[in-house]
Design a protein around this ligand. Sequence first.
Ligand SMILES: NC(=O)c1ccc[n+]([C@@H]2O[C@H](COP(=O)([O-])OP(=O)(O)OC[C@H]3O[C@@H](n4cnc5c(N)ncnc54)[C@H](O)[C@@H]3O)[C@@H](O)[C@H]2O)c1
Length: 472
Amino acid sequence: MFRDKLPLSNASLTFRDVVLVPGRAVDEPAKVDLSTFVARGIPIRVPLVSSPMDTVTERDLAVAMAREGGVGVIHRNMTAESEVAMVRSVKESPRYSLQYIKVAPEAPVGEALAMMTAANLDSIPIVADDGSIFGIINRSSAISASGRVIDVASKPVVAPPSLGEEAIIKLMREKGLDVIPMVDSEGHYIGSVTYYDLTRGHPSLGKDGNLLVGAAVSPFDLERAKKLSKHADFLVIDVAHADNENVISAVARMVKEVDVGVVFGNVGTYKGAVDAITRIDYLAGLRVGIASGSICSTGVVTGAAAPTLWATAQVADAVLDSGASIPIIADGGIREPGDAVKAFAAGAWSVMMGRAFAQALESPSPVIRVGSHKYKYYRGMGSEGAREARFSLDRYGLKAKNVAEGVEGLVPYRGTVRDIVNYFVGGMQAAMGYIGAMNIREAWEKGAFSLVTSLGWSEVAPHDLFTDVEGD
Ligand SMILES: NC(=O)c1ccc[n+]([C@@H]2O[C@H](COP(=O)([O-])OP(=O)(O)OC[C@H]3O[C@@H](n4cnc5c(N)ncnc54)[C@H](O)[C@@H]3O)[C@@H](O)[C@H]2O)c1
């Protein structure tokens, strides 16, 4: 079914070979529901997963991904102990950074006002010495300098150090607030939590009620997998070509000995997926795509590839024919939100991205300045540097191959995970609007492709416009 949708069904079509055919929209794009499952029994609200790569997903990025409604998969280029510690530290992180702006009790109202202006907040709570909340000061009332403000100025405006989530929701509801400031441990403003965040189940949570997180493993490291499965919500087999007898038999054994679901991959073909589904007792998910990553040189070096769009349709059909319901993660080559929706139309449940999240503030590399531009470091897990790190840190890092299949370099810095997720969510909702799908299930049914030539693609992209004209 899915394979037949692609023009030239045996051609390895990639995201930029096709466009989505517009279909009738029944409602507004903002109402499109993007919720899905990253693996069996593990729901997420935003269908975005960050790759298990050592320049992408470590603690900070995984925390940010889960807080934004997606999920991160911690990479395996470290010792088993370090990976377990990293997963635990995600689990120990609060669902939100719930600390208020702190204003000294004796602070004049002007100080509170300055903070609100700097943080672009309309209001902050006024809290008594005992931590009880007795009011809200908002910018307009402070500016108006009415009698009420003078009254407020005589009261303490302080932060309760540890007000729980429930109390915050109650406060926001009572006072009609829709945003609460957050500060770091030094008291610097770092962002805000909205009423929506708190009430609509915004963060991705595991069954333990803590932030959701996955962990990558080698198929041959059962010991590590068992340890990780005590803390992580799911495991991800992290190899280039999982349709290998050794990998399949090792994972068939692993799924019987670990406490959580195992996502198998990477798989690129119908046959590869059938092998895995028939040989492994319980598959929690399938990670799909070979050689599409921007840092992957597999296709060039080996001439073998299963581009993500084509591979997704292959694997989706195998899952459909098996009668099972196994979530598919389309992995590699997703540059724009439309690529993600093309993957959904080909049968994916979520998409995994490396590059887009390597560009985030929260990825492991520091921001690198070159002239007036900012960058982050990004490398493939098959690159020389990543392989060296793996073989020196992981005693199960067997050298199955003597060649690098990845490259490294700089990618432009792009802002916080929240900025990037917001861009993708908005873009995916718009793309779903064009194909007339209100959710991912409908995208499987309604999404249709049409082949586009490279000349056609240059028309579809912005063109014939000068953007760097200097004024006089
Ligand atoms: N998604 C991709 O397109 C892609 C491509 C290359 C590498 N990678 C990433 O690079 C890292 C290293 O991958 P890796 O597989 O080399 O890890 P690895 O060195 O740990 O190999 C694991 C096992 O995968 C199997 N395998 C891997 N490549 C094979 C091949 N060409 N032919 C037959 N069997 C093969 C072998 O059983 C091997 O022992 C991983 O993080 C992987 O996800 C991804």
